[in-house]
Design a protein around this ligand. Structure first.
Ligand SMILES: Nc1nc2c(c(=O)[nH]1)N[C@H]1C(S)=C(S)[C@@H](COP(=O)(O)OP(=O)(O)OC[C@H]3O[C@@H](n4cnc5c(=O)[nH]c(N)nc54)[C@H](O)[C@@H]3O)O[C@H]1N2
Ligand SMILES: Nc1nc2c(c(=O)[nH]1)N[C@H]1C(S)=C(S)[C@@H](COP(=O)(O)OP(=O)(O)OC[C@H]3O[C@@H](n4cnc5c(=O)[nH]c(N)nc54)[C@H](O)[C@@H]3O)O[C@H]1N2
Ligand code: SF4
Ligand SMILES: [Mo]
Length: 694
């Protein structure tokens, strides 16, 4: 009984559509939205554990101001007025002294991102940055270099695919519910899956073929695949002739990269590489080489991601069922998009970003997102100018940027650190002031414009009243803005007001979301005409194997392959990733998820463990040039001997998150601060560590 509220999960960024059953003001049950094909009522374990947040007395409950040293954990509860007055006053004095540009607002992209971008713009700061480059910056740049579209503007039609190749895209553990379910459906219908990872993941176990690749050598594998495909003429000639430029240069470039050469680099037998090239060509264009997000994060990552999308282009699997498609927006269906606050006029804004993205130092990463990993450098060196205040909004620089010790040193130089979070995160713990946001079940949020083959809009709706003295992020920023003299940029009094304002041009109303939780702009998928009407957004209008984006910025399209170094005797390449049971650094203190997985064991190959005297389940210490962490060992033959693996997001330092405090090891504390300066991703897998009995 009770009532059903359609909303959006926020236990991770996928934001799956949900149906929340509410009785007498309490959430009784959450399930996936049964009206959304592919979701059909399903949730992942983290989504189901969303209910644990409702009553959690270890989450943030009221604004808090620091009374001791930074990081000491001495907090005084204060009222919202006191908190907002304090932040506004401090921020104003920083701006008076150093200008609006001295503020950085760093966040994980979310529905209210247009509100936080409005906040920084109105203050004259170019320094809004998102997590994007930490997650997939090089994927973004690689896609732009070939198609003129970002990865986020590309969709994948899993349902009709016949063959998929995943490079560390651990799709059955690093979950998006709809992707998982449609892929399983395709596999039931005969689609074949090849999975490549130095580690035997759940996806490896479900795949038709699994290759344990030597860490960091995927690019060599791809060059050999391209070599075979071009040598044997296994590509989609009609598509490539019409839509690709630079095929001859590619053909010449891959000449030396034979399968036999790649076997030595990757450990994958030459005959298997040849067999895969031949097999995929039989299924083209219904072939997906997934561009991936997080496997193989190295300084040359841009070239790996490009090689994946070059393979897709050779298959002709672009803008076709069973392959990739360019996501369609409301305009493609004759409709209008929801408004964003960023569409307003702003005062002049400092042109150079704190991370120097868009300058000759970092010309190609996406300016819409920036590069948060540059934050420590910018603060410590006042390069390009002094940064004095940080607002961390649903983003934890201490755990999500490599080299925590360096980040802490930089944070120490700031005059003001504000965190907007729901948990005692590590960055909240290190802040001057914490502004608690209401959890997703307790708040209405901005419109989700869901572009795709069929453009739609979704709405997150408040299911229950906030249990504690918390507010919505978009209201917090508005109330701060009013105190800073930029109130006119926030023309709403409540979240409902804001949503109504957003919906005005669309012709839809909030009530239109009542029946199913979403509205659709059209009924059938929209595809561009592959014969003559593809809208490739590069300067040449073709898929650019020889990339004007790269070459105009002074980078080669095809640099010679450099072998990925193996670790010295006694050390390992540290690789990291996700588990189905946790979201990044957010859920380790969740009552249910913590009970099932409270620590992150370090995977180590059994032969190596024997050499080092390490027993399964024993305590081990992991050391790098940047720091040390302790966890327990998982001794296995399911990992390549050159690597050790840990799940990201453990080793929290915030004591009030009592269940996760000090449990497991933090990868960020170990990782060196390196990056792919062309693509924009941090090189998270370029750190070597030692592992010894603790
Ligand atoms: N070392 C290392 N760094 C990484 C990665 C890695 O594997 N290793 N992975 C990278 C990737 S792929 C990504 S996407 C990023 C993610 O980086 P982050 O965005 O930093 O990580 P999250 O865990 O998604 O969320 C950060 C914070 O959001 C808070 N939060 C959760 N829900 C809400 C909410 O409703 N409102 C508010 N205000 N806060 C909320 C959480 O409590 C948490 O403190 O990290 C990247 N950085
Ligand atoms: N449950 C859950 N699901 C999530 C998330 C979450 O936090 N939890 N986060 C979401 C986000 S933001 C992201 S970005 C995606 C990430 O999704 P994925 O891109 O699938 O990334 P990871 O889970 O980080 O897995 C990386 C895998 O790459 C492997 N790997 C390491 N080095 C190499 C290498 O050299 N070559 C190859 N081929 N593989 C390598 C690792 O062993 C690991 O299994 O997941 C999304 N889904
Ligand atoms: S994948 Fe899971 S946690 Fe993420 S939004 Fe969907 S149900 Fe929620
Ligand atoms: Mo990510």
């Amino acid at each position: 009984m009770g009532k059903d509220v359609y909303s959006l999960c926020f236990m991770c960024s996928v934001r799956c559509p949900i149906k929340v059953n509410v009785e007498n003001g309490h959430v009784k049950f959450i399930q996936g939205n049964p009206h959304v094909p592919g979701i059909d009522g399903a949730l992942c374990p983290r989504g189901a554990a969303g209910t644990a947040l409702l009553k959690d007395d270890q989450r943030l409950q009221t604004p808090l101001i620091r009374v001791g040293e930074r990081g000491s954990g001495n907090w005084k509860p204060i009222s919202w007025d006191e908190a907002l007055d304090y932040v506004a006053e401090k921020l104003q004095s920083v701006i008076d002294q150093y200008g609006g540009r001295s503020l950085v607002l760093a966040e994980r992209t979310q529905l209210a991102t247009h509100v936080s971008k409005t906040f920084t713009k109105a203050l004259g700061s170019p320094n809004h940055c998102t997590h994007d480059s930490l997650c997939k910056g090089s994927v973004n740049t690689a896609c732009r270099s070939l198609f003129g579209y970002t990865d986020a503007q590309l969709g994948i039609d899993y349902k009709n695919a016949k063959r998929l190749v995943l490079y560390g895209r651990n799709i059955f553990e690093s979950i998006s519910v709809k992707e998982v379910r449609t892929l399983l459906q395709a596999m039931d219908n005969g689609a074949k899956l090849t999975y490549i990872d130095p580690r035997v993941t759940k996806t490896a176990v479900k795949a038709d073929h699994y290759w344990m690749i030597r860490p960091g050598s995927d690019l060599a594998l791809n060059y050999a695949l391209i070599h075979v495909i071009l040598k044997e003429g296994l590509y989609n000639k009609e598509f490539v002739e019409r839509w690709v430029s630079g095929l001859d240069e590619l053909r010449e470039f891959v000449q030396p990269y034979t399968p036999e050469w790649a076997e030595k680099e990757t450990g994958i037998p030459a005959r298997s590489i040849v067999a895969l090239a031949r097999e995929v060509s039989k299924d083209m264009p219904k072939v997906v080489f997934h561009f991936g997000y997080r496997g193989a994060h190295h300084e040359n990552e841009i070239y790996f991601r490009r090689s994946i999308m070059i393979l897709n282009s050779l298959m002709g699997s672009i803008e076709t069922p069973g392959g990739f498609f360019f996501k369609k927006g409301p305009g493609d269906a004759g409709g209008k998009a929801a408004r964003k606050l960023t569409e307003q006029e702003f005062p002049p804004i400092e042109p150079v970003r704190f991370d120097k993205v868009g300058t000759p130092d970092l010309p190609l990463p996406d300016k819409n997102h920036g590069a948060p990993q540059m934050l420590p450098h910018a603060i410590l060196n006042e390069d390009p100018y002094p940064i004095k205040a940080l607002i961390a909004y649903r983003f934890d620089p201490l755990m999500s940027i490599p080299d925590t010790a360096l980040t802490k040193k930089a944070l120490d130089k700031l005059d003001l650190i504000v965190t907007i979070d729901i948990n005692y995160s590590d960055i909240a713990w290190y802040s001057d002031i914490i502004l608690p946001e209401s959890i997703f079940l307790e708040r209405t949020d901005c419109i989700q414009q869901a572009n795709g083959a069929k453009p739609q809009m979704f709405l997150r709706r408040k299911a229950v009243e906030p249990k504690y003295d918390t507010r919505e992020g978009a209201m917090i920023l508005k109330q701060l803005g009013e105190r800073l003299g930029i109130g006119k940029y926030f023309p709403y009094e409540s979240m409902e007001d804001l949503v109504k304002w957003q919906l005005e041009p669309t012709g839809f109303t909030m009530e239109d979301f009542d029946a199913k939780g979403f509205v659709a702009y059209c009924k059938d998928p929209i595809f561009q005409d592959r014969k003559d009407g593809l809208k490739i957004k590069t300067p040449s209008g073709k898929i650019e194997f020889v990339s004007s984006l790269l070459e105009d910025a002074g980078f080669p399209s095809f640099p010679p392959y450099e072998s990925m170094p193996s670790p010295d005797q006694g050390s390992f390449r540290l690789i990291t990733g996700r588990t189905a049971l946790h979201t990044h650094v957010s859920t380790q203190n969740n009552v249910y998820l913590n009970e099932i997985m409270g620590e992150n064991p370090v995977w180590i190959h059994k032969d190596k463990a024997r050499e080092m005297g390490i027993e399964n389940e024993s305590r081990v210490s992991i050391r790098s040039s940047r720091g040390a962490s302790v966890s327990k060992a998982f001794v296995t033959d399911c990992i390549h001997p050159e690597a050790v693996f840990m799940v990201h997001g453990f080793g929290h330092e915030a004591e009030r998150s009592q269940r996760s405090f000090s449990k497991g090891a933090s990868d960020a504390a170990l990782q060196e601060s390196r990056m792919d300066k062309i693509g924009g991703s941090p090189a998270l897998h370029d750190t070597f560590v030692t592992v010894t009995p603790a």
